[in-house]
Design a protein around this ligand. Sequence first.
Ligand code: BYC
Length: 325
Amino acid sequence: MYTQGLDQKGHSTPQSAELEDAAQLEAFMLRVGEEEKIEAKDWMPEAYRRTLVRQISQHAHSEIIGMQPEGNWLTRAPSLKRKAILLAKVQDEAGHGLYLYSAAETLGVSRDQMVADLLSGKAKYSSIFNYPTLTWADIGTVGWLVDGAAIMNQIPLCRCSYGPYARAMVRVCKEESFHQRQGFEIMLELSRGTEDQKAMAQDALNRWWWPALMMFGPGDKDSKHSAQSMAWKIKRFSNDELRQKFIDATVPQAEFLGLRVPDDDLKYNEDTGHYDFGKIDWQEFHDVLAGNGPCNKQRMAKRNKAQDDGAWVREAARAYADKHA
Ligand code: BYC
């Protein structure tokens, strides 16, 4: 933690270090409680820093790996207009990855290290990107559901206690909102099209619905990080709260499209004002996280190949920088 290492005073004894840490921790929690932003050079507990590095880098990796399932349709988009829109969206995802790697770097971890952790399989990325995009309707569904779930999760992150992450999320969310709208618009066109197009839209919804619900992470009782992350105001809502908000917002959209959500237990509950829904297959979620989803190996192989193919660019950039140093 380079920046903080520089800022901290030397500790003479372990006891005085402990006392100083307790005072610093109290001041830190006070600032968090008062909704003050924590900035890169401010004192922060080591566990807070590690949690942010884990979450922000996982988020950045998700953006970069997420380019693959969408990029799969760049050469096959049904019209020039659709191709231009999809190209812009995929480029936005690369931009999100870059803002997020930069935000994580302010915590003293290098981008090279984060990328190395992704490529070695040590760091996670979102489970959702281990599913294949089989038809054009999948591109609509990814925008509608995957970006929709991402927005639900990320709007509260604009109020995250760590300033650089919160500020990066403001821009990311603006762009994700456009992505969600373009996905919904593809679904609208397909669901109002021919019988084959409607069937294609329904098939995509059938395959993506449950994985989209898994994006919010394990249920609250199994979420090991939620309580602490909420106390630090990194997260503002629990995984289950966000999942419920997403379902409540999305089911009426499916109804508007004339599509059926693939859940026999889905039912509006008049008493709670929320939709009740069926059981999530957590075994599938854990299998995907363990590297055994439909596309994990393909995604990692492609990312590793892209890194190897780009080695000469990094080498040339380094040589250029050395020459001008
Ligand atoms: N996939 O205690 P928990 C996007 C891990 S897509 C993989 O609840 P936490 C985009 C979790 O990391 C979305 N891993 O943890 C959209 C933890 O693992 P470790 C990317 C998952 O951190 C369209 C363990 O399970 N967004 O942006 O409180 C196009 C226990 O979980 C998942 C973000 O990353 C999952 N779905 O909550 C392109 C948003 N769920 O490290 C791109 C920021 C859980 O302890 N991240 N895990 O072994 C977050 O909000 C939170 O990190 C999570 C998990 C909601 C993901």
